[in-house]
Structures are given as structure tokens and as C-alpha cells.
Design a binder for this molecule. Structure first.
Ligand code: NAP
Length: 282
């Protein structure tokens, strides 16, 4: 049976370190502050943002939600970002995904001041990751690396297969694992036969959002499975991409959904907000 990688417990540890750091900053008169922009009425996004604000409260960070209507134009969004960039009390800015229709993702990502870009999506920050000189490590990939390190899972010489090629997950994940001397394969929706790759994975990271995408026949015994996907089962409960019944008996380690990668992603966001507050106030 696989060992469950407890992201909830590790996130609690990270957040208590963040709180201690926030208290030190507050003692110096600096109140770390994160602004989360929520544009639109997506119910899942509203839950994610509320959870982030709750995390802020737990971590001694002031969290503010900037709620914008679903029909927010690109220009209106840019005005809000410019306002938050100019506000010296705001240290971190995050624009909740997905963005409203008609918004050009690249343009808005470029608009956020790189020193406040706690999601690490500005091209300058993304570029610095490829040079191993990050300002901020993006939440999900950094959270996964922290989990792998916590469970002492060696990456050097391992074959890591990542199913996702987005700027949020797959691309930075590949960079971070390359820097640890792993060999990387990145798969996506145009990969004709996933199994050819997944079967050779020592570490498999799946981030698709497709229930039951990964089955036992697709993995080799001893594989480490990092399940980023968030899917709904027919009974309404959350699950990941992996079919637990067939994958868990073969895996050496596996992240549960919920309680695996999700809490770590949010904990890293808190850590990044403190980093931004320190950087901006020195
Ligand atoms: P996304 O933008 O829709 O990207 C999905 C990725 O999966 C794309 O690279 C896509 O390939 C690939 N893909 C889609 N169908 C596939 C298939 N049948 N076979 C192989 N690859 C396939 O989604 P996202 O924002 O990256 O998120 C992905 C999942 O992770 C979602 O369930 C999301 O909720 C979850 N997530 C969780 C966390 C967390 O903290 N737990 C954080 C981020 C995301 P193409 O590039 O070819 O389209």
C-alpha cells in the first residue's frame, strides 16, 4: 500500500513558520498584505479565494479580496492592477484563475509588478525560474517540491513524467525538477498514447482534472504519484485524476485529493507574500 503524502499536515507547518515571520514583520510596523482579484461569478473560484483569505488570517497576513464583475473589461482590470501596484501597503497581488472572457492572459500577467507577483506568472519571474534565480516559486510546483523533500524522495536520475503543460503547473514543474537532475517528460492533450510515458515514470505528476485518467495499468510498481487534478465524483465528493483503487496498491507514495497538493499550493502563496513584504520593505 502506498504511503499517503499528507499535504495538509505539511502546509500547517509551513503556515506556522509564515505566521512567526509575519509577527516579526508586524513588530517592526510592517503588515504583510495580499490582494486577491476575483473577476466573475465562478463559484469554485469564489471558494478558492475565500480559502486564501482564511489562510491569510491564520498566517498574520492582511488578505483583501478585490471583487470585480464578470463583464470586467481588459482596461478596467488593468486599472485595478495599476492601483494595487501603486498601493505601498499591498505586497502581493494574485489574479484568480480563470479570468473573465475577453481578457488577454499574457497582458494582465505582464501588468502585475514583478515584485508583487506572488503567483510567479509575470514573464520576468517565469524567466528567472529557468535561470535558477527565482523571485518567487509558483505555488503548486513549489508545494510539490516541498512534499517530495519532506518525504525524502530523491529526484536525481529519476524519470519524472508531468501531464500538464500550463504556465501554472507543468512548465515551472519541469524546470524545478530539471534543476534537481531529474529527466523530464511533459505530456498534454495531444500526446497520442499517455501509457507509453506513464509506465516509465518513477515520479508521475498528473494535473488534468479528469476523473480516473490514470489507472493501475498505466503505472509501474513503486511509482510516486503526485495528483494535482481536482475532479468531482458522481457522489459530489472531490477526487484526483488517479483511480485510487487500481493505482494506490502499486504506488510507493501518493498524494490524496483533497489534502495533498492543494493545501501546499496555498501555503506557498502565504510564504511568497511574506517574501514580497520583506523584499519591498528593505
Ligand atoms: P488546464 O489549463 O485546463 O490544463 C490542463 C492540462 O492538461 C493541459 O496541459 C492539457 O493539455 C492537459 N490535458 C487535458 N486533457 C488531457 C488528456 N486527456 N491527456 C493528457 N493531457 C491532457 O488546467 P490547469 O489550470 O492546469 O489545472 C489542471 C487540473 O489541476 C485541474 O483539475 C485543476 O483544478 C487542478 N489544479 C489544482 C491545483 C492545486 O493546488 N491542487 C492547482 C492548479 C490546478 P493541452 O495543453 O494540450 O490543452
Amino acid at each position: 500500500m502506498a504511503i499517503l503524502m499528507d499535504g495538509k499536515a505539511l502546509a500547517k507547518e509551513v503556515k506556522s513558520e509564515v505566521l512567526a515571520h509575519a509577527q516579526q514583520l508586524r513588530a517592526k510596523g510592517i503588515v504583510p498584505k495580499l490582494a486577491v482579484i476575483l473577476a466573475g461569478d465562478d463559484p469554485a473560484s469564489a471558494v478558492y479565494v475565500r480559502n486564501k483569505i482564511k489562510d491569510c488570517e491564520e498566517c498574520g497576513i492582511e488578505g483583501v479580496m478585490v471583487k470585480l464583475p464578470a463583464d470586467t473589461s481588459q482596461d478596467e482590470l488593468m486599472v485595478q492592477i495599476a492601483r494595487l501596484n501603486a498601493d505601498e501597503s499591498v505586497h502581493g497581488i494574485l489574479l484568480q484563475h480563470p479570468y473573465p472572457k475577453g481578457i488577454d492572459e499574457f497582458t494582465v500577467r505582464c501588468a502585475i509588478d514583478p515584485v508583487k507577483d506572488v503567483d510567479s506568472l509575470h514573464p520576468e519571474n517565469a524567466g528567472l525560474i529557468t535561470h535558477d534565480r527565482p523571485n518567487f516559486l509558483p505555488g503548486t510546483p513549489a508545494g510539490i517540491m516541498a512534499l517530495l523533500d519532506h518525504y525524502k524522495i530523491e529526484l536525481k536520475g529519476k524519470h519524472c513524467v508531468i501531464i500538464n503543460r500550463t504556465h501554472i503547473v507543468g512548465k515551472p514543474m519541469a524546470q524545478l525538477m530539471l534543476q534537481r537532475d531529474a529527466t523530464i517528460t511533459v505530456c498534454h492533450s495531444r500526446t497520442p498514447d499517455l501509457t507509453i510515458f506513464t509506465r516509465t515514470a518513477d515520479i508521475l505528476i498528473t494535473a488534468v482534472g479528469k476523473l480516473g485518467l490514470i489507472t493501475g495499468e498505466m503505472v509501474k510498481p513503486g511509482v510516486v504519484v503526485i495528483d494535482v487534478g481536482i475532479c468531482k465524483k458522481p457522489d459530489g465528493k472531490l477526487a484526483g485524476d488517479a483511480d485510487i483503487a487500481s493505482v494506490e496498491p502499486l504506488a510507493s507514495y501518493i498524494t490524496p485529493v483533497p489534502g495533498g497538493v492543494g493545501p501546499m499550493t496555498r501555503a506557498i502563496l502565504m510564504k511568497n507574500t511574506i517574501t514580497a513584504a520583506v523584499e519591498e520593505t528593505v
